[in-house]
Ligand binder design. Structure first.
Ligand code: HEC
Length: 96
C-alpha cells in the first residue's frame, strides 16, 4: 500500500468517527427540532410562567409530549431531549 492510499484511508476514518460523535452529541437536539419545534418555537421554554421547575418535571413533560404526538420515544430518546432542553433553556440541576 502506498502512502497516498494510507492517507486517504486514515482521513476517511477520522471523518467517519467524528460524524459518529456528532450524531451522538446532537441526538436530543435533532429529535426536538424534527418532531417538536414546528409547534412551539423556543419561547415556550423561556416564558415567565413556565410550568417546569425541576428535571423530573421536564422529563415528565417530554415523555408526555412524546406520547401525545404518537412518537412513543424510548427512555434514551426522552433523556436525550430532556438533557437538550435543560442545557439550552431550563438549566436545571436536580436528578431526574
Ligand atoms: C401540537 C403542537 C405541539 C407539539 C407537536 C409539541 N408541543 Fe410541546 N407544547 C405545546 C403547547 C401549546 C404548549 C404550552 C401549553 C402547556 O403549557 O401545556 C407546550 C408546552 C411544552 C412544554 C412545557 C413548556 C414550559 O416550560 O412550560 C414542554 C417541555 C414541551 N411542550 C415539550 C415538547 C416536546 C419534547 C415535544 C416533541 C415530542 C412537543 N412539546 C411537541 C404544543 C406542542
Amino acid at each position: 500500500m502506498n502512502n497516498l492510499s494510507k492517507i486517504i484511508i486514515l482521513s476517511g476514518v477520522i471523518v467517519y468517527s467524528s460524524s459518529l460523535f456528532a450524531e451522538e452529541f446532537d441526538r436530543g437536539q435533532a429529535l426536538y427540532e424534527n418532531h417538536c419545534q414546528f409547534c412551539h418555537e423556543s419561547w415556550v421554554h423561556s416564558r415567565p410562567k413556565s410550568k417546569i421547575n425541576s428535571l423530573s418535571e421536564l422529563q415528565r413533560r417530554v415523555s408526555g409530549w412524546s406520547i401525545h404526538t404518537g412518537l412513543n420515544w424510548s427512555r434514551e430518546e426522552i433523556l436525550d431531549v430532556t438533557d437538550y432542553l435543560s442545557r439550552n433553556f431550563y438549566h436545571l440541576t436536580d436528578q431526574p
